[in-house]
Design a protein around this ligand. Structure first.
Ligand SMILES: C[S@@+](CC[C@H](N)C(=O)[O-])C[C@H]1O[C@@H](n2cnc3c(N)ncnc32)[C@H](O)[C@@H]1O
Length: 211
């Protein structure tokens, strides 16, 4: 397992065992130790990717666009160690919780926007970002990643979680993943892929860089 964690992410003994952790206010009832809070890979695809040793290439202070922020479980951890973190979520109810998560995180910017319409937030989100993290769990996941490629620096990274059942409930996950990757590869080079089933059934984690 790779131990090159981003600055600001550590493996710490919390509640009786070593866990990934970041420093910040607790958000989803996760165990804490002082100012450190456990990052639960069962609740977070990005957490699972890091736990599984994928080389996500994140660094402390990175500028990040997060697509599919929901109520902020994962993006709260990202904003604990990253620089400006733009969090896009199109459903109003989870976005309300996301606003309170941002209260204690001055570098977290919630955006009630549709990730399929990047032109609606292009005036807020800077270009040349270090990372786009995507967990939208909706049909057309490759398309969303392609549409948001414009925000990434040439040496930036896409950290994508693909949920097979969101694309097609009738086909096997591997066939769905191949199709999603084929479309993704029109604009990205896939650097690493790994099933996340230890933590999330029928999900694929993908690390990619823009072509
Ligand atoms: C699996 S949940 C995300 C969980 C979250 N990433 C976390 O780990 O804390 C997927 C979220 O993506 C949002 N979503 C789906 N399609 C979207 C779109 N086109 N634009 C913005 N958000 C979208 C859903 O409303 C939902 O909240």
């Amino acid at each position: 397992m790779s131990e090159t964690l981003p600055e600001g992410v550590e493996r710490r003994e919390i509640d009786g065992r070593k866990r990934l952790a970041t420093r910040g206010e607790a958000v989803y009832g996760e165990p804490t130790d002082g100012e450190w809070r456990a990052w639960d890979p069962d609740r977070s695809k990005l957490g699972a990717m890091i736990e599984l040793g994928m080389d996500v290439g994140l660094s402390g202070g990175d500028r990040v666009l997060y697509l599919g922020a929901a109520s902020g479980t994962t993006v709260s951890h990202v904003a604990d160690f990253a620089g400006p973190t733009y969090a896009v979520e199109f459903a109003a109810r989870p976005a309300r919780d996301l606003l309170s998560v941002a209260d204690s995180r001055p570098r977290l910017f919630p955006l009630l926007k549709d990730a399929r319409k990047p032109e609606t937030y292009a005036h807020v989100v800077e270009a040349g970002l270090d990372a786009v993290v995507q967990d939208v769990a909706t049909r057309g996941q490759a398309r969303v990643a392609r549409l948001n490629r414009r925000f990434l620096a040439d040496d930036g990274r896409l950290l994508l979680s693909v949920k097979a059942r969101s694309e097609d409930v009738t086909r096997g996950p591997e066939a769905v993943f191949e199709e999603v990757l084929e479309e993704l590869e029109e604009e990205y080079e896939v650097l690493e892929r790994s099933r996340l089933d230890d933590y999330h059934d029928d999900h694929l984690g993908v690390v990619a860089s823009p072509r």
